[in-house]
Write a protein that binds this ligand. Structure first.
Ligand code: SAM
Length: 343
């Protein structure tokens, strides 16, 4: 005997999975947030932050605090005072948090999901921030903003949805002022990303997470360098982010009664089992979580895209790992630079 509403939930779940195999990237993102909105909103306890979180001590972290910490870590190097752009701003939680903690910044958020934009504007108004924080519809691949108009740009756990990250990076280069800062916190593919076996391994993530294109760390660095960015630094923060999966499992279990009203039991069980499995075996997680930072050279207009850029002073807070990026650096060399280093 199925639980009450079980057949309806199961049918919705199955039709979601079938639909995700078709159509354009943007429509699969809309379907993804249409289907999972309540799940994410419930699990994040309506904080308006839809990302995994960050903690130096993830096994003991409080999820709400960790979710607030990821935007702080991401925006650490952005110029203050300044005008910032939050790309894929979600429900506005990160921008409102950062604006309330940094009274000298103005933040514009863009997003392709209309109800996220509405909810984000409602949040900014409710928190008395609407004079410095606003949100509008806009695609990361064609940003509705003038050239050289922003001091900083950040994108938290959204770029894994973009089908054309090279285009996103070029857009970032266009809208940043010379000297402007770029920061992305995102899921990156952990393997080489090349060949049939890799594609097969990637397929479940690409299909279920509306993630048509997953970059490796190297691809982030190469594309930033090719677009003309300098001071490129990439930090692997998988421990501080995926290390929270055990805490997410506890939170999901605590919210099971509400979630059962809206989602198929099998999906909830699978999610909890997944949190538990990967919390105990982080080495099996096929993706990495990375924080990528770069600068638009103050003399950007005069630089040739892809020119050599090596500067270890780029991001002083990134002490764990610094990637020196140049389009000509070959992969084995990257391997040496990319090795995680704990001082
Ligand atoms: C996991 S949520 C993260 C939201 C927010 N950055 C946060 O940390 O709470 C990803 C967001 O990216 C948005 N998104 C996906 N593709 C996008 C695109 N091409 N342009 C702008 N926003 C996009 C989605 O609508 C969603 O709101």
């Amino acid at each position: 005997m199925l639980p009450k509403g079980g057949l309806k939930h199961a049918t919705e779940g199955i039709s979601y999975l079938f639909a995700q195999g078709r159509g354009k990237a943007a429509s699969s993102v809309l379907r993804y947030y249409g289907f999972f909105h309540e799940l994410f909103d419930t699990l994040s306890e309506r904080s308006g932050i839809f990302s995994i979180g960050y903690s130096a001590d993830p096994s003991r972290a409080d999820i709400t605090e960790a979710q607030a910490e990821l935007p702080r870590q991401t925006a650490k190097g952005l110029p203050r005072p300044g005008k910032w752009l939050d790309v894929g701003c979600g429900m506005g939680g990160p921008a409102c948090l950062l604006a309330s903690e940094n009274p000298d910044v103005e933040i514009t958020g863009i997003n392709i999901t209309p109800h996220h934009v509405e909810e984000a504007n409602r949040r900014a108004k409710e928190q008395g921030l609407a004079d410095r924080v606003s949100f509008r519809l806009g695609d990361a691949l064609a940003m509705p903003l003038p050239d050289s108009s922003l001091d900083g740009l950040y994108a938290i756990e959204t770029a894994f949805h973009y089908n054309g990250k090279a285009r996103f990076i070029q857009e970032a280069m266009r809208i940043l002022k010379p000297g402007g800062a770029f920061a992305v916190a995102d899921i990156a593919w952990g393997g080489s990303g090349e060949g049939l076996t890799e594609r097969i391994r990637m397929a479940p993530i690409r299909w279920t997470m509306a993630s048509p294109e997953l970059f490796t760390e190297n691809q982030w660095c190469e594309n930033l360098a090719a677009a003309g960015f300098t001071q490129i630094a990439c930090e692997d923060i998988s421990r501080e982010t995926f290390g929270l999966l055990g805490r997410w499992k506890e939170r999901a279990v605590a919210h099971l009664p509400e979630l059962r009203q809206k989602y198929p039991e099998a999906l909830l069980r699978m999610m909890i089992a997944g949190f538990e499995y990967y919390a105990g075996r982080p080495e099996k997680i096929p993706v990495r979580y990375i924080l990528v930072r770069a600068r638009k050279d103050p003399g950007a207009a005069r630089r040739l895209p892809g020119a050599l850029s090596i500067d270890t002073r780029a991001a002083p807070d990134i002490h764990k790992k610094t990637v020196l990026a140049n389009t000509n650096i070959r992969r084995p060399l990257y391997g040496i630079f990319n090795r995680r280093h704990n001082p």
